[in-house]
Design a protein around this ligand. Structure first.
Ligand SMILES: [Zn+2]
Ligand SMILES: [Zn+2]
Length: 240
């Protein structure tokens, strides 16, 4: 390690000591730049199936068994409880680099659990749910894109961050409690830049969490209008 890197690391350790966000244990001796200790990571219940987008029934073998006309299947690595809730908060608003590591671990385990066959993921493209350019500039990154990259790398799929744009500066969905408000908030929020490229494609739409589903529903409505074939919405955690 160069002196500069050593110094940077020392500084980071002082500013952000390696303390688990969940159990507060100091784990400087474990994996560096992590936010969740291995014990807490092991306690997270990671799902083993995809879910029906409408009723959230588990779908063994990744096949639709109910609500066959619903436009998408839902993939969620885990549920939106602590320590995941805390981890995702850290990821979005504070130490994203250090939260990325346990999130990548969780996604990797989930994708392994799904046992997707090469036939099942043939012709799929990963699309992150976009942020409005002003919000992305303020935050410095799009968390859905970081998660999308993890998924794309694991499944060896292409990722396209340029096909879907957020053209409306929406309010934070978490601040809106009512389902209708959330739906109105994201109405016409997205734009497909190149419908020809979307046409006939299978899309893996990626976001950090799935709560009311309003944002994802709106993006998928547009992707379907542009001729997307099958769609899976994939998130780190779902709330319901
Ligand atoms: Zn812990
Ligand atoms: Zn269903």
């Amino acid at each position: 390690m160069s002196t500069l890197i050593k110094f940077k690391k020392l500084l980071l350790d002082i500013l952000f000591p390696s303390v688990c966000v969940n159990c507060k244990k100091d784990f400087s001796d474990e994996k560096q730049n992590n936010l969740l200790c291995q014990d807490c990571l092991k306690k997270i219940a990671i799902n083993t199936t995809l879910f029906c987008g409408q009723c959230q029934a588990r779908l063994p073998e990744n096949k639709k068994i109910c609500h066959k006309n619903f436009p998408y299947l839902l993939g969620a690595a885990t549920n939106f409880n602590d320590p995941i809730r805390n981890l995702i908060h850290q990821f979005k608003y504070r130490h994203w680099k250090r939260a990325e590591l346990p999130i990548a671990d969780i996604i990797k385990i989930y994708l392994g659990n799904l046992k997707l066959t090469s036939r099942q993921i043939k012709n799929w493209t990963v699309l992150p749910v976009p942020l409005h350019k002003n919000r992305e500039r303020n935050r410095g990154f799009n968390q859905a894109e970081l998660i999308g990259k993890i998924i794309a790398a694991n499944l060896k799929l292409p990722i396209r961050g340029d096909l879907l744009l957020r053209i409306k500066e929406t309010k934070n969905q978490a601040e809106l409690k009512d389902w209708q408000q959330r739906k109105n908030n994201v109405k016409d929020a997205f734009q497909v830049t190149d419908p020809k490229t979307i046409q006939g494609k299978n899309i893996l739409l990626v976001d950090d969490v799935y709560t009311s589903g309003a944002t994802i529903n709106e993006a998928i409505r547009l992707l379907k209008e542009s001729g997307a074939r099958k769609i899976i919405a994939m998130v780190v955690a779902k709330a319901r």
